[in-house]
Write a protein of this length. Structure first.
Lengths: 397, 309
């Protein structure tokens, strides 16, 4: 045994001993496997920010009201290093070894779907704050819930908006990352566009880890589309947007999902980001009054800024909202019994700072009205829906 | 999942259209521009593999490190990434030279699996160090006055890529001259061709190994500088670059500059044409299928010499 391992062992034993000395408090334990390192690290950190803010506010108020007592909330985080199989193992470990009461799903649709099998097996409610694909929720599971509404709702909202705001648009080119969530977005847009009389002139998928898109974009340019719709994650979209400009690939409307809502998109692209339209699930300028501990959207944004010194985006807000619905469900059920909490989650409409949340028969949030925005002068300008509108859509050509 | 069908023009109709020739030319240009960068990615990898018989898994991370140095030199001091190789090359040479002398020379005579494991471990360290220092967020060099794009009869040519490719080829030429006309270059070639004979001629082999690894690392760093202009920078890209370097070396053949040159340009064009013929979804697959075919017909690679397969 080397000196180093001996030291480590001593430190671990010491930490374990200290932990054992603490009096056992009745805490509500929530397990959350997160991608804290690796490709998805920026997303994982955002989820944790959302969870931590909620937990801090709850514990400040004495905890969650369970019957006549109050129980504090404790998160058990593990880093799954952006690898889905590891997220599944850790979910199993959280439930069977750490004995958590509830699970908050890992980042994104793919990993959420993978871990939902485990939580279903143990009958532990599993709330996802970042999985929006219908394919995650179509497994007939009873314990899986998602706060983001579905890709189909997003696509329909976008089409309905563009029909009015850009009536000249007829030909659509779709370029999608070949991955569960981006491809689901692309396919749902393809279906919604066809149903509304648009022509799809290009629909291609690019592989994960594609660095160069010049060949595909040259082909796309030759199709003369007047709406270019690209799906992927922030890094893909930054690459593609840059190469579109290099190769002079443009159209009156250029839509990218899902990345422009994050500040990283504009930071990474500068002026080149201008003109891109997108849809999001939530925005700090929305205004909802609620019966949760945050009271309204404005106050949530204020608390978030005070803690993290930046504005929240939908990922953090949706993560906090996952905590909120769990809290409201526990308080209504008057118990932390997984089955009772599950039944309340499935049957209640929640008024939250994030907006109304109602889980449909599949467990996914069914409320609609996603904000649509365009990047103008390196800023996000909401162009729909009417109530939160801050500007109008500018056509690019 | 539903496949898009109606409303899509079938691919063969595109073949018949007038725009086909322009598109073909465009893809050829795209492929060559990409290929020029690929050459630069692969050349240092090929050198280290050919001379030291080390498959340097650290290569991709050194490229990314070069990109970061170029990025910070640009954002903090306003130095163009195209000039960054002037200081990145000596820095990375020193890094590679020191690494070989201090670490790799201890195991260089051991079976290839040992050196493979060692460079794998070193790569984990360097890559995670960059993740911790720079985070996984993508960064991009944003010029105040962006480069123009040329439009030649419908064929679009981005100037930044042309400059990057030209510099990549200049570096390759410089490398060729180094190997063929300098004393140290001849010594490297001598060690590559026959190590024992080189020792008998008075060549200090350990020293040459260190120089070779240093030169290889210097090239990786220089490639990183050029790539920083074209692609966003993140530690996560290292595996991508390493994979390309590997394919190019096998495709072009080890042991010569010509191998990396032909392999790099060929892979760029094959991937670009692959997108046009089979769709972007299958472009990477197309590259690997061609690689398999080449290996089946000519196991030494397109321009490889016998004895280096």
């Amino acid at each position: 045994m080397t000196k180093m391992t001996r030291l480590l062992l001593a430190a671990t034993l010491g930490a374990a001993w200290v932990a054992l000395q603490q009096p056992a408090l009745a805490q509500i334990k929530i397990g959350a496997p997160l991608p804290l390192t690796g490709a998805l690290a920026p997303e994982g950190l955002k989820q944790r920010e959302g969870y931590d803010l909620w937990a801090e506010e709850v514990n400040k108020a004495g905890g969650i009201k369970v019957g006549n007592a109050r129980q504090k909330v404790e998160f058990v985080y593990y880093d799954y290093q952006s690898g889905t199989p590891r997220a599944v193992q850790l979910t199993e470990k959280l439930i069977s070894e750490d004995k958590v009461n509830f699970i908050f799903a890992p980042f994104g649709s793919g990993a959420t779907k993978a871990t939902s099998n485990v939580s279903e097996k143990y009958k532990i409610p599993n709330i996802s704050s970042t999985g929006s694909s219908e394919q995650v929720y179509d497994q007939g599971f009873k314990y899986l819930f998602g706060t983001l509404n579905s890709n189909a709702v997003v696509s329909k909202a976008l089409i309905a908006y563009l029909k009015g705001a850009a009536p000249t648009v007829k030909k659509v080119a779709i370029y999608s990352r070949n991955d569960l969530f981006p491809l689901a977005l692309a396919t749902s847009l393809d279906e919604a566009a066809k149903a509304n009389g648009y022509t799809i002139v290009y629909f291609e998928k690019y592989p994960l880890n594609a660095a160069d898109h010049s060949a595909a974009l040259s082909d796309l340019r030759a199709r003369g589309a007047d709406w270019i719709y690209v799906t992927g994650y922030t890094d893909d979209l930054i690459r593609i947007r840059k190469q579109m400009v290099d190769l002079k690939v443009t159209a009156p409307v250029v839509t990218m999902l899902a990345g422009p809502a994050y500040p990283d998109f504009v930071d990474g692209l500068g002026d080149v980001a201008n003109g891109v339209t997108s849809v999001t699930w939530w925005h700090p300028e929305l205004r909802f009054k609620s019966s949760d501990i945050f009271a309204n959207t404005e106050n949530y944004v204020k608390l978030f800024q005070a803690k993290y010194n930046k504005l929240p985006d939908y990922a953090q807000a949706s993560s906090s909202a996952a905590g909120i619905v769990l809290q409201m469900a526990i308080e209504k059920a008057g118990s932390i019994d997984p089955e009772k909490v599950r039944d309340v989650l499935a049957s209640t409409e929640f008024d939250t700072f994030y907006g109304p949340i109602k889980f449909g028969p599949t467990g996914q949030n069914v409320t609609a009205d996603n904000p649509i925005f365009q990047i103008q002068d390196k800023k996000i300008v909401i162009t729909a829906p009417e109530g939160v509108k801050r500007g109008t859509l500018q056509l690019l050509k | 999942m539903a496949e898009p069908s109606d409303g899509l023009r079938p691919r063969f109709l595109l073949w018949l259209s007038v725009r086909f020739m322009t598109l073909l030319l465009q893809n050829l240009v795209n492929g060559l521009l990409l290929g020029g960068l690929y050459v630069c990615i692969a050349i240092g990898f090929s050198l280290i593999w050919g001379v030291l018989n080390i498959i340097n898994l650290l290569h991709g991370s050194i490229i990314v490190l070069g990109s970061y140095i170029a990025y910070y030199a640009f954002t903090m001091f306003g130095i163009s990434p195209f000039l960054a190789p002037l200081f990145v090359i000596p820095m990375m040479f020193a890094f590679g030279y020191g690494l070989q002398l201090a670490v790799l020379n201890r195991v260089v005579d051991k079976p290839v699996l040992i050196t493979l494991t060692l460079t794998f471990g070193l790569d984990l360290i360097l890559n995670n160090f960059m993740l911790a220092a720079f985070t996984a967020n993508f960064r991009r060099v944003v010029f105040k006055d962006p480069f123009e794009t040329l439009d030649l009869y419908g064929v679009i040519i981005p100037v930044d890529r042309v400059v990057a490719m030209a510099l990549a080829l200049v570096l390759t030429l410089a490398f060729y001259l180094l190997l063929n006309s300098s004393r140290i270059g001849r010594a490297i070639v001598a060690v590559r061709n026959d190590r024992d004979a080189a020792v008998l001629m008075g060549v200090n082999v350990k020293q040459i190994y260190a120089v070779t690894f240093g030169v290889g690392a210097a090239f990786a760093g220089a490639a990183g500088c050029l790539l920083s202009v074209v692609f966003p920078i993140s530690p996560m890209s290292s595996g991508l670059y390493l994979g390309k370097a590997f394919v190019i070396c096998v495709l072009g053949g080890l042991g010569s500059i010509g191998g990396a040159l032909i392999g790099g340009l060929a892979l760029g064009v094959i991937e670009s044409m692959g997108v046009m013929l089979a769709g972007p979804e299958h472009s990477v697959l197309t590259g690997f299928l061609v690689l398999l075919a080449v290996l089946a017909i000519k196991p030494t690679g397109l321009a490889g010499k016998r004895g280096y397969e």
